[in-house]
Design a protein around this ligand. Structure first.
Ligand SMILES: C[S@@+](CC[C@H](N)C(=O)[O-])C[C@H]1O[C@@H](n2cnc3c(N)ncnc32)[C@H](O)[C@@H]1O
Length: 331
């Protein structure tokens, strides 16, 4: 997914590097994985970089790709470095996965020197467990936003959140009518009502039916006809609210960072664009906003970068947007 957007991602990472990562001291990367951040960084970033990950096989691959890079096996919740030994702690698509973000940020604070920065980047969709847990606890259900373009907003509005109980009443009636929605997706709706709620299981099902165009195409008319049947039967389905899982993550991260002893320096979505020669049959426009991809034959009305130039003859316009979070360790 990331490959076509490398020029855009590099440009955002380079802005972040120049603004926040210039140091002669230690820079620790958490959850380095196979080395995507290393690949986007300038060839010789400033500072003494140490790439960490709890997964030994990912670190082996990281080392094979970047033999000169220093690596260490450890998790974000237990960084095997002394107190105050790092000037910067950096991660790409990691904090959204951590079940106890507050404890991890306390550990990050321990390892950072006073005044040091933690920098988290998120270019793909955030992990959904945390937001699903909150929704289920409030009697709500998340559906994918199939009815408008999620990327119209800087924080893509990817979820359609609706009340669970009225939806379940409708599903019971639809099941009696042999409507396909309860048969195909009933287990997902039921999962939100189960106690304890299996968030990881619900996310797996959500991913299976929302992340491929085919499944989205199957779900859309089924939902539309279920809503129409609800109105006909006199059990109008609840209206949904569009919610951004990216914005939810940014707020959760800011709250946890503040309570763990940080001051927020930046919490924004940054975007960059590039032009590439257009391959035969390729789209005129490719956009990737926190994991939401658009491949279009026209330039969308709402671009991720206001300054993006319309593609010329034989060109594709590429855009990518990334969540950038930076916080400073308070004294
Ligand atoms: C979504 S991948 C991101 C990898 C890489 N940063 C990237 O963006 O391509 C998440 C990474 O976090 C690592 N990870 C999982 N649990 C972690 C933890 N508790 N602390 C630090 N890293 C963790 C995984 O092994 C994996 O490499």
């Amino acid at each position: 997914v990331r490959a076509p957007y490398a020029a855009c991602q590099r440009s955002i990472v380079s802005e972040v590097q120049d603004r926040y990562l210039v140091t002669e001291d230690t820079v620790v990367e958490l959850g380095a994985g196979l080395g995507q951040l290393r690949e986007w960084l300038p060839e010789k970033p400033t500072g003494r970089w140490l790439h960490t990950d709890p997964d030994a096989s990912a670190l082996r691959e990281h080392q094979a790709r970047f033999p000169e890079a220093a690596v260490k096996r450890c998790a974000g919740e237990r960084i095997s470095l002394p107190d105050g030994s790092a000037a910067r702690i950096v991660a790409l698509c990691v904090f959204d996965l951590l079940p106890d973000l507050h404890s991890a940020l306390r550990e990050v604070r321990r390892v950072l020197a006073p005044g040091g920065l933690v920098v988290h980047l998120l270019d793909m969709a955030p992990a959904l467990e945390a937001i699903f847990l909150e929704l289920a606890a409030e009697g709500l259900l998340a559906l994918p936003n199939l009815f408008s373009d999620p990327s119209r907003q800087r924080f893509p509005e990817d979820l359609l959140v609706t009340e669970l109980a009225p939806f379940q009443r409708l599903l019971e009636r639809l099941a009696a009518m042999n409507h396909p929605l309860p048969h195909v997706f009933g287990h997902y709706f039921r999962a939100f009502a189960e106690k304890p709620f299996d968030a990881a299981g619900a996310v797996r099902v959500y991913d299976a039916f929302s992340r491929t165009a085919e499944m989205r195409e199957l779900l859309k008319p089924m939902l539309a006809s279920a809503y129409a049947a609800g109105y006909r039967l006199g059990i109008p389905p609840p209206q949904g609210t569009l919610v951004s899982s990216g914005r939810h993550f940014s707020e959760r991260l800011a709250e946890n960072a503040e309570s763990a002893g940080f001051t927020i320096v930046e919490n924004t979505v940054r975007a960059a664009f590039a032009h590439a020669p257009r391959e035969p049959e390729a789209s005129l426009y490719l956009g990737l906003a926190l994991g939401h991809e658009r491949r279009l034959d026209t330039v969308p009305e709402k671009l991720l970068c206001e300054a993006a130039r319309i593609p010329g003859e034989g060109e594709t316009l590429l855009e990518a947007a990334m969540h950038v979070f930076v916080a400073r360790r308070t004294e």
